[in-house]
Design a protein around this ligand. Sequence first.
Ligand SMILES: Cc1cc2nc3c(=O)[nH]c(=O)nc-3n(C[C@H](O)[C@H](O)[C@H](O)COP(=O)(O)OP(=O)(O)OC[C@H]3O[C@@H](n4cnc5c(N)ncnc54)[C@H](O)[C@@H]3O)c2cc1C
Length: 496
Amino acid sequence: MDGTADVVVIGFGAAGACAALEAAAAGASVVVLDRFAGGGATALSGGVVYAGGGTGQQVEAGITDTPEAMFSYLKHEVRDAVSEATLRRFCEDSPKMLAWLEDQGVPFDASLCPFKTSYPTDDYYLYQSGSEDAVFDHSGPSPAPRGHRTKAKGTSGRVFFARLAEATRRAGARIMTQTRAEELITTDGRVTGVRCRTLTGLPRTLHGVLSKAGAKPWIYYPPLGKKLFALAEWLERRFARPITVTARRGVVISAGGFIADRESVRQLGPEYRGGLALGTPGDDGTGIRLGVAAGGKTARMDKISVWRFITPPSALQRGVLVDSAGRRFGDPTRYGAAIGSEIIQRDGKAWLLIDDDILRVARAQVTTQAAPFQRWQVRYLLNRGMVTAPTIEEVAAKAGIGTPQNDSTQPFGTPPYSLINVSVRAGFGYPCPMLTLGGLVVDEETGQVQGVPGLYAAGRSAVGVCSESYVSGLSLADCVFSGRRAGQHVAKEARC
Ligand SMILES: Cc1cc2nc3c(=O)[nH]c(=O)nc-3n(C[C@H](O)[C@H](O)[C@H](O)COP(=O)(O)OP(=O)(O)OC[C@H]3O[C@@H](n4cnc5c(N)ncnc54)[C@H](O)[C@@H]3O)c2cc1C
């Protein structure tokens, strides 16, 4: 069952599907390999794509946005993760990128969310998914909402990926699932193929059942998810047979990040302990390591996006963040990844101080603002994770932290006061999701792994637009941008 194609793509998530689609559109024959059934973190995701500059949905919703306004905000987040020229191209191409996704069958919608949230309810599909309000002063027009959630109930990544997968198959790419890439083949300094191990017969069926059943528990209930995947891995070790797939033009690595490599994450610091690994067991860093073994370099491997959401309910944004000494820090109106990053710098410990007025408004917002999967978080924030007392001194003593000091710019408000524990390891029902952002260094014009002919990388296996900091939708947007770029350029390589 060994094979040959112009382009071999390792990993069938958002980046891999987009690379395969563009390579096929350019006339290349394409084989896509995936260790599991495909979908990766993409299919489990919220399906939010950060896009702007005047997308069809923004125009329909009556929102004014320009590539310049999008660039001006994103440069605060992206900083030097990519060059200004690349970020500009990302913003200028953004409306076309979203239209391209729609052409592949991914549905979006212009229903605008009227409140600030970390993820809108099923009534809304366009929302402000970043920290735009916190970054800009309020003298000019309101910042444009750019979170484009795939139109589907629940967490929409399932539909986002399903539509891309169908389009990839329609484009003629051959998808080889349950086939794990283990080594790159290099000929005369150029990457020309992949050594893999693939499953067939009954072990393949069992492996499929186990990995499908284990995907969500692996994130949300790791004791069960890990057991199911340990069995799947055993099947791989025991029954997978070696095959070689030759790439006449080149190979694209789009095998996700390394959040499943707990040892590497642990080495970055004890404050990351207890976070929720946002991905799949495929995010074990193999893709990145394959690139390094072929001569590639990595960057930003210490960048982990830690999401600490305090909305919904949106009233909680009016609270005050304090550390274990009671010192104020950060800005609760910012996106959860920015708050998470500040908490990590404080040994992973933080509390949100709110007054009685905020608490009453927050409670009233629950039914309209919280999606079903956010109910646990809301229950934690407004009940189990909170202590209340008539004075600031008493509530701080109850929480076991230093006493916060009053401040004329943001006074404490009406008693009684409540402190909500928003630490990384706050407690059951309020996990802190984490995602790795670093990866292989690529040429920003082409997506080629720097210094390695015939090898390309995309998505979370590569350094990209979201590799400095994440706002909701920026990873998928980068996967589409970098996946398409890699697919277009690898297809132009001379055949060898
Ligand atoms: C619950 C959740 C919600 C999220 N919500 C959002 C959101 O709304 N918006 C957003 O922008 N981001 C979101 N993210 C992050 C985003 O989903 C990921 O960063 C993104 O999907 C990564 O895409 P990718 O193509 O790089 O990798 P993946 O989608 O993970 O695909 C990689 C594929 O490679 C395969 N693979 C790995 N190793 C090998 C190997 N050796 N051989 C063959 N195949 C291999 C894996 O099986 C996997 O299918 C979310 C993540 C999660 C988990």
